[in-house]
Design a protein around this ligand. Structure first.
Ligand SMILES: NC(=O)c1ccc[n+]([C@@H]2O[C@H](COP(=O)([O-])OP(=O)(O)OC[C@H]3O[C@@H](n4cnc5c(N)ncnc54)[C@H](OP(=O)(O)O)[C@@H]3O)[C@@H](O)[C@H]2O)c1
Length: 295
């Protein structure tokens, strides 16, 4: 039976992976308590003890703005830790699946980013994630790097959709950035795509490399907020919101720049998995139903 070590069980994607990966084999999930990724020497020890066939790293330092004032911690978790995982995986011949981000790009493109496009991260978070990719690529032969973007989900940590619904329950008017474009992506769909890739990798070692995966379609944060309110209202979420006003990024300054255009091409993963990612608005509806059932 395939033994899978899942790192980052409390995160949005980690929570979903705990469910989807069981179709592949025995899942041994670890969180920060069992493995603190800022202490890299523990990583090698744990992997050598468990000797998994597959390691899935769903953990990361994801506080994009805070990373600017905590660069050492962001680098330790996002760059040094994945490299340690890769070195340990290589020693035991394991496959390492690592999750990365659209923030490795500068967002100046006007067409969906390909896996082969030039990277150019804008801030500490993106730089740390890019170094993590390099550490994985250079140190583990059997690796898959899945870049995703604009993640939200019912389980795990907070996210844009949950924040909007909390604010929409308190206020009648909200201003939301409308000049950043991406593909909102449900954590469950990411977990499903990862499980499908890993299933495929059991018979096909040529599957190694970088993949882009998001839900299909594009939206601004403003579009996502408006759609979240419309769907949530249909499902009976308590909302006071009456008006959502589109604003520019310049009107909502943050400690670090964000890519203006974050759309990732799904051509490569669609060809490998033989199915196109679900549309973001269909997945948003499913996530909200899932969340509603949980509360
Ligand atoms: N969120 C997005 O919009 C987005 C966009 C593009 C790519 N991604 C990538 O997708 C992946 C999953 O993201 P997510 O949204 O699921 O992240 P998340 O919900 O913020 O979860 C992050 C996970 O990392 C763990 N973690 C953080 N610091 C740790 C440490 N020192 N030791 C051990 N575990 C630690 C967290 O544990 P605790 O619960 O203990 O904090 C949590 O399990 C990441 O690689 C991220 O970079 C995310």
């Amino acid at each position: 039976m395939t033994k899978i070590l899942l790192i980052g069980i409390t995160g949005q994607v980690g929570q979903e992976l705990q469910r989807t990966l069981t179709s592949l084999g025995e899942v041994i999930g670890v969180g920060r308590q069992e493995l603190d990724l800022s202490q890299s020497e523990k990583i090698h020890q744990l992997i050598s003890e468990i000797k998994p066939d597959v390691i899935v790293n769903a953990a990361a330092y994801t506080a994009v703005d805070k990373a600017e004032s905590e660069p050492d911690l962001a680098m330790a978790i996002n760059a040094s830790a994945p490299k340690e995982m890769a070195l340990a995986a290589q020693e035991i011949g394991a496959t390492l699946l690592h999750i990365s981000t659209d923030y490795v790009f500068n967002g100046k493109s006007h067409t969906p980013y390909l896996e082969t496009d030039q990277t150019d991260p804008l801030g500490v978070y993106g730089k740390s994630k890019l170094l993590g990719e390099v550490g994985v690529r250079e140190n583990c032969d059997r690796h898959i790097i899945l870049r995703t973007a604009w993640v939200y989900g019912a389980r795990g940590h907070g996210n844009f959709v949950k924040t909007m619904l909390r604010l929409g329950a308190e206020r009648t008017e909200l201003k939301v950035v409308a000049d950043q474009i991406g593909s909102p992506t449900w954590s469950y769909d990411i977990a499903t795509a990862i499980t499908q890739l890993l299933t495929k990798s059991r018979d096909d070692s040529d599957i190694n490399g970088i993949y882009h995966f998001t839900n299909s379609g594009v939206a601004s944060w403003y579009d996502l907020a408006v759609a979240s309110f419309a769907e949530a209202r249909k499902l009976g979420f308590p909302l006071k919101i009456e008006q959502v006003l589109p604003i520019t990024t310049a009107e909502f300054p943050t400690p670090t720049d964000r890519p203006a255009y974050s759309v990732l091409s799904k051509t490569k993963i669609t060809a490998v998995l033989n199915n196109y990612p679900p549309n973001w608005s269909d997945s948003l509806r499913k996530m909200l139903k899932d969340w509603k059932n949980m509360t």
